[in-house]
Design a protein. Structure first.
Length: 185
């Protein structure tokens, strides 16, 4: 008697655990340039290059006597196939509680390879170019891509499967009872 409620509770916990990934976004940013040296500065760039708004997180180590906020990074990207115009964005200082020092965005028009340059600027009004780094970004749609359809369709397919199982079970039950020979005395 106790087994049924325990099984039901176990199933409910499993379903709840399966729902936890739905709270997460499509994935964390990943490093594209790590500990690159530019004019005494050390720069690491992490990217989340999604179609639409792609986000870049800049980790900066300043040379002695310099502040990390005395620097700006300009991202410049154009698709490899040349089918869209160049996009440009400049970094902004991050919030004080963030682990990165700068954050920036680029508006990517579509999926594909986007060669991207990161121009490091300093000085008065960030007018002096300290150097440049480059990386070929693979811009992807936000979310899981083609797996989104399966992920979101699964609950409907599961309910449809249960409904079909009940329907076929009911038909089998009806057939079994309708063909029972009756004995007349």
């Amino acid at each position: 008697m106790i087994r049924r409620p325990l099984r039901a509770a176990g199933r409910a916990v499993c379903v709840a655990l399966l729902a936890l990934p739905a709270l997460a976004h499509d994935g964390p940013p990943y490093p594209i340039l790590v500990d690159e040296q530019v004019a005494g500065w050390t720069l690491s760039v992490w990217a989340d290059p999604d179609v639409g708004t792609g986000t870049f997180y800049y980790y900066v180590s300043a040379p002695p006597g310099q502040a990390a906020d005395a620097l700006r990074i300009q991202a410049i990207s154009v698709p490899a196939d040349g089918a869209a115009p160049q996009v440009t964005g400049q970094s902004e200082p991050a919030q004080a509680h963030e682990p990165f020092q700068h954050v920036g965005t680029l508006e990517f028009a579509y999926r594909g390879k986007w060669p991207t340059r990161f121009v490091i600027l300093a000085g008065e009004a960030e007018s002096m170019v300290l150097g440049e780094l480059a990386f070929d970004l693979d811009v992807t749609p936000p979310g899981l891509g083609a797996l989104d359809i399966l992920w979101f369709a699964f609950p409907f397919l599961a309910i449809g499967g249960l409904w079909l199982r009940v329907l076929l079970g009911q038909r089998a039950h009806d057939r079994a009872h309708s063909h029972t020979p009756s004995i007349d005395p």
